[in-house]
Design a protein. Structure first.
Length: 134
C-alpha cells in the first residue's frame, strides 16, 4: 500500500535534504573553485529531486517528512565527500526499491531519472575527490 511506498520515498527525501542543508557550509570552505562549482550544482540538483519526491509522496497520500542524520564528526573535507558518495548510492538504492511500486508512468519515469542522477552525483564526487587529492 501507500504506507511502504511513502516510507521509502521519505527515507530518500531525508538523504536529499541532508545534501541541501549540510553541504553548502562545506562548499564555502572549499578553496578550489571548480570543485566548489560542481558541488554547488549537486546541491541544486538535490533540491530539484526533493521537490519531485515530495510531489510523489503527496500523490500517494503521504506527507513529506524527513529527519537529518548528523554528519560524521572528526572527518576532514575529503572524508565527508567519501561519506556523501555512500549517501548518493543509498539514495539511488531507495529509488530502485520504489520503482516496482510505482503506479503511474510519470512516477516511473521520474524514478528512473532520479536513479541515473544519483549515479551521476556519485561520479561527480569521485571527480572532485580525485581533483582535491592531487
Amino acid at each position: 500500500g501507500g504506507g511502504a511506498r511513502v516510507a521509502i520515498l521519505n527515507a530518500a527525501l531525508g538523504l536529499e535534504y541532508a545534501t541541501i542543508v549540510q553541504f553548502p557550509p562545506l562548499i564555502n570552505s572549499c578553496q578550489d573553485q571548480e570543485s566548489a562549482a560542481k558541488l554547488q550544482w549537486l546541491v541544486m540538483d538535490s533540491l530539484r529531486h526533493a521537490n519531485m519526491v515530495s510531489n510523489h509522496i503527496k500523490r500517494w497520500g503521504g506527507e513529506p517528512e524527513w529527519t537529518l542524520k548528523p554528519l560524521p564528526q572528526g572527518e576532514d573535507f575529503l572524508g565527508l565527500l567519501e561519506y556523501q558518495k555512500v549517501l548518493e548510492m543509498e539514495t539511488s538504492r531507495l529509488y530502485e526499491v520504489a520503482l516496482p511500486l510505482s503506479d503511474n508512468p510519470e512516477m516511473e519515469r521520474d524514478l528512473k531519472t532520479l536513479i541515473t542522477a544519483e549515479q551521476k552525483h556519485y561520479s561527480i564526487l569521485e571527480d572532485v575527490i580525485a581533483r582535491l587529492s592531487r
